[in-house]
Design a protein. Structure first.
Length: 154
C-alpha cells in the first residue's frame, strides 16, 4: 500500500489532484473535516493547509474560531510528519501549545515546519513542530509548537 506522501506526490499535479487528496485526507482523519482543510503543501519538513472562513468555523464574533485554527495547524503538522518520518518509525502528537496573537477575520493559512536536525536522532525522540497561522494579508495570527513523539514501529 502506498504511503500518504507517495499518494500525494502521485496526484498533486493532476487536475483536481490536491482537491482529491484533501478529501481523502479528511476521510482518513474525519475530525479534520470539521474545518475542511485544503492541502496546499506536503513535503519533508513542511505542511501547509488553508481553512476557508465560513459559518461552520466562525465564533460568536464572526472570526475564525481559535480551535478551528488549532485543528488546521494539527492537520498541517500531520502532513509534515507523514512526509518526514523515517521508514521504520511512527509518530504521534503529545500535545499542542499555541499563542493566539490576533483575531482571524479571513481565510487562514496554517503552516508546520521542522528542520532536518530535528529528525536526526535515534528513537524514541521528540520533535517540536513549529506551527504558524497567517491571514490573507500575511499577518501572523497564531504561533506555537506541537510536540511529536517518534518511536520505532514494533
Amino acid at each position: 500500500m502506498a504511503s500518504t506522501f507517495q499518494l500525494y506526490r502521485q496526484i498533486e499535479s493532476k487536475p483536481l489532484g490536491k482537491r482529491a487528496f484533501s478529501l481523502a485526507f479528511m476521510l482518513k482523519a474525519p475530525y479534520f473535516a470539521t474545518v475542511r482543510p485544503k492541502v496546499e503543501v506536503m513535503e519533508p519538513h513542511r505542511g501547509v493547509v488553508t481553512i476557508r472562513k465560513r459559518r461552520g468555523v466562525q465564533n460568536h464574533i464572526g472570526t475564525v474560531h481559535a480551535i478551528a485554527v488549532a485543528n488546521g495547524l494539527e492537520a498541517a503538522m500531520g502532513l509534515l510528519c507523514e512526509a518526514t518520518t523515517p521508514k521504520g518509525m511512527r509518530w504521534i502528537p503529545k500535545g499542542i501549545q499555541l499563542d493566539y496573537g490576533a483575531k482571524v477575520p479571513t481565510d487562514v493559512r496554517c503552516e508546520a515546519r521542522t528542520d532536518m536536525a530535528d529528525w536526526d536522532k535515534q528513537p524514541p525522540f521528540q520533535v517540536d513542530v513549529r506551527c504558524t497561522a497567517y491571514i490573507e494579508d500575511g499577518s501572523e495570527v497564531v504561533s506555537g509548537v506541537i510536540p511529536v513523539w517518534v518511536t520505532a514501529k514494533s
